[in-house]
Design a protein around this ligand. Structure first.
Ligand code: DHB
Ligand code: FE
Length: 280
C-alpha cells in the first residue's frame, strides 16, 4: 500500500528560482532565504520520497483565461518547465507517475471531486521553485512528481474547506494504491503577498504566523477562513494559502512539526515553510 509520510509547505516566489539559476544564492539578501531550507534538503535526502504530489498553481503559463480548471491532476509522463517573467527555468524536466496519477484521478472523481485530467502540460515556478528549494540543483529530479494544479488566479478559487476535504480524498486515493510507495505531499504558494494595486507589497507577519500555528495544531480552524479574510489580511495573492490546506488534509489530525521557517521578504512575498510528519 502507498502511504503519505509527510507534508511540505513552502512559498514558491519566482525570484528565488531566478536567484538560484543566475548564481545569486550566496548574496546576503538571498542567503537568509536559502538558510531556511538547509534542514529541509537534508531531511528530504534522508526521508527519500518515492513520489511527490505537488499542489501548486499555474500563473497563466500553461493555462490561460481560455480554460481554467479548479483542480487538475497531471497524468503525463513528463512536464517541461515553462514560465512568465524570467522565462523557462534551466531545470530538469519533471518526470510524472502516470499510474498513480490516473489512480488518484479515478479515486478522487469517484469520491465526488471533479478533478480535471491533464495529459499534456508545462509547469511554471509554482511547481519548479519548491522542487529547487527542497532538492537543490540536481541533474535530474530524484523522484517522480505528480502536479496537482489549483486555480487561485481567477475568481472564484475553491474554498479552503474544499481544499482541506480534497486533501482527505487525496489520502484515501494514495492509500488505495497497491504499490508500496512513500509519498510526500507539497502544498505551495503564499504566504501574505499582494503584487498589484494600491496595497502592492502588503505583508502581514501576524496573520502568517497564526496560519503556521494553525497548520500544525488546528487545520480545521484554518479551513473555515473565508476568501475575504485572506484578501484583507494576506493580500490578493495570499489566497494561494488555500493550497496548503490540501497538503494538510492529506495528513493525520495530529502531526509532528519537523521544521518551521518564516522570513520577510523574498521579492514581494513573505516566505513560509513547514515540514509536517505523520506518526509512523
Ligand atoms: C511573486 C510571488 C509569487 O507567488 C508569484 O507567483 C509571483 C511573484 C513575488 O513575490 O514577486
Ligand atoms: Fe504565486
Amino acid at each position: 500500500m502507498a502511504r503519505i509520510s509527510a507534508g511540505v509547505a513552502t512559498s514558491h516566489v519566482p525570484a528565488i528560482g531566478a536567484a538560484l539559476d543566475l548564481g545569486k544564492s550566496g548574496e546576503p539578501y538571498w542567503r537568509s532565504v536559502f538558510a531556511g531550507y538547509e534542514f529541509s534538503k537534508a531531511w528530504i535526502a534522508k526521508n527519500r520520497p518515492d513520489v511527490v504530489i505537488l499542489v501548486y498553481n499555474d500563473h497563466a503559463s500553461a493555462f490561460s483565461l481560455e480554460i481554467i480548471p479548479t483542480f487538475a491532476i497531471g497524468c503525463a509522463a513528463e512536464f517541461a518547465p515553462t514560465d512568465e517573467g524570467w522565462g523557462p527555468r534551466p531545470v530538469p524536466p519533471v518526470i510524472g507517475h502516470p499510474e498513480l496519477a490516473w489512480h488518484i484521478a479515478q479515486s478522487t472523481i469517484l469520491d465526488e471531486f471533479d478533478m480535471t485530467i491533464i495529459n499534456a502540460m508545462t509547469v511554471d515556478h509554482g511547481l519548479t521553485v519548491p522542487l529547487s528549494l527542497m532538492f537543490g540543483q540536481p541533474q535530474a529530479w530524484p523522484c517522480p512528481v505528480i502536479p496537482l494544479a489549483v486555480n487561485v488566479v481567477q475568481y472564484p478559487p475553491p474554498t479552503g474547506h474544499r481544499c482541506y476535504m480534497l486533501g482527505q480524498a487525496l489520502r484515501r486515493a494514495v492509500e488505495s494504491f497497491d504499490q508500496d510507495l512513500n509519498v510526500v505531499v507539497f502544498g505551495t504558494g503564499g504566504m501574505s503577498h499582494q503584487l498589484q494595486g494600491p496595497r502592492a507589497g502588503l505583508i502581514n507577519a501576524k496573520f502568517d504566523n497564526d496560519f503556521l500555528d494553525g497548520m500544525v495544531n488546528d487545520p480545521v480552524r484554518l479551513s473555515k477562513i473565508p476568501h475575504l479574510d485572506y484578501m484583507r489580511e494576506a493580500g490578493s495573492e495570499g489566497i494561494e494559502l488555500v493550497m496548503w490546506l490540501i497538503m494538510r488534509g492529506a495528513l493525520d489530525a495530529q502531526v509532528r512539526q519537523a521544521h518551521r521557517f518564516y522570513h520577510v521578504p523574498a521579492s514581494n512575498t513573505a516566505v513560509g515553510h513547514l515540514i509536517l510528519e505523520n506518526a509512523r
